[in-house]
Design a protein around this ligand. Structure first.
Ligand SMILES: NC(=O)c1ccc[n+]([C@@H]2O[C@H](COP(=O)([O-])OP(=O)(O)OC[C@H]3O[C@@H](n4cnc5c(N)ncnc54)[C@H](OP(=O)(O)O)[C@@H]3O)[C@@H](O)[C@H]2O)c1
Length: 252
């Protein structure tokens, strides 16, 4: 059976991606910062590993324990809703450590074995914020834009050895823990001169009728992993598909 390793499986998209590949008969390494055995159904093909993508030691232990994998999904990520003036530099660095450097470190850790076998796929979970820059998300958008540029360039290097690198771009998914997790980790003290502006943006965002589901993201990751001619960027969710259409072929 092919084997996939997914980061950030404690909730949201990561959990849905793990379910999807388990249901399809894959061997699944579901990684979590704090491992839990009660989130996914017991299965001989499921291995749960501890992994914090910001820790070199944690990555080394996960690589050792996972063994040979066919697909790596860098899904772990954290959001931040604030204007630049309300954001501490330490939090900006913390966010980039997970969303950007974590994905780079994971790809770097698994590339040697994929290169030796001349096969494998790395899928990075980005966001449609990279298509239409929203307000109050400059740091988060910058991290995902960096992830896009990294992945598109990596794809050219990796292709030399039969390895694919792909991007999945979800839209806004209010049903995952993303917003709550972002606020609890990154804070959300909007400086007073910006509060009305951010409030208006949030009201507009919440009035949107199209949203992304975790199932749509799992489906997009499935396509990226299993279709050898999958597009470089796949939208995930109804709102993401609309963003792709509006962005046009050059941006998407
Ligand atoms: N939800 C949205 O609207 C949305 C839209 C576009 C893109 N995305 C992206 O989709 C991905 C998943 O988001 P989600 O909606 O499923 O959010 P979520 O429910 O908050 O899940 C994020 C996952 O990442 C994990 N994580 C955070 N920091 C980590 C680290 N240092 N090492 C390992 N794992 C870490 C979290 O683990 P803990 O439980 O331990 O914190 C959690 O499992 C993220 O990359 C996010 O940027 C989300």
């Amino acid at each position: 059976m092919p084997k996939i390793l997914i980061t950030g499986c404690s909730s949201g998209f990561g959990l849905a991606i793990a379910h999807k590949f388990l249901d399809a008969g894959w061997d699944v390494v579901a990684t979590m910062r704090t491992p839990r055995n009660d989130l996914l159904p017991p299965n001989d093909r499921l291995e749960i590993l501890r992994l914090d993508v910001t820790s070199a030691d944690s990555i080394a232990m996960a690589v050792e324990a996972a063994g040979t994998i066919d697909a790596l999904v860098n899904n772990a990520g954290v959001g931040m809703l604030n204007v630049l003036e309300g954001t501490e530099m330490s939090k900006i660095r913390e966010l980039f450590e997970t969303n950007v450097f974590g994905a780079m470190a994971m790809a770097k850790a698994f590339l040697p074995q994929m290169r030796a076998r001349r096969s494998g796929v790395v899928v990075n979970v980005s966001s449609t914020v990279t298509l239409q820059p929203p307000p109050a998300l400059s740091i988060y958008s910058a991290s995902k834009a960096a992830l896009n540029a990294f992945t598109e360039s990596l794809a050219l290097e990796a292709a030399l050895f039969g390895i694919r690198a792909k991007l999945v771009l979800p839209g806004s998914a209010p049903t995952t823990g993303f917003g709550k997790n972002a606020v609890s980790r990154m804070g959300m003290e909007i400086p007073e001169p910006y509060t009305a502006f951010v409030h208006d943006y949030l009201t507009k965002l919440r009035s949107g009728t199209e949203v992304t589901t975790a199932g749509a993201v799992a489906e997009a990751v499935w396509r990226s992993v299993t279709e050898s001619d999958a597009p470089m960027k796949i939208p995930a969710g109804a709102d993401a598909e609309t963003s792709f259409r509006e962005a046009g072929p050059m941006l998407a």
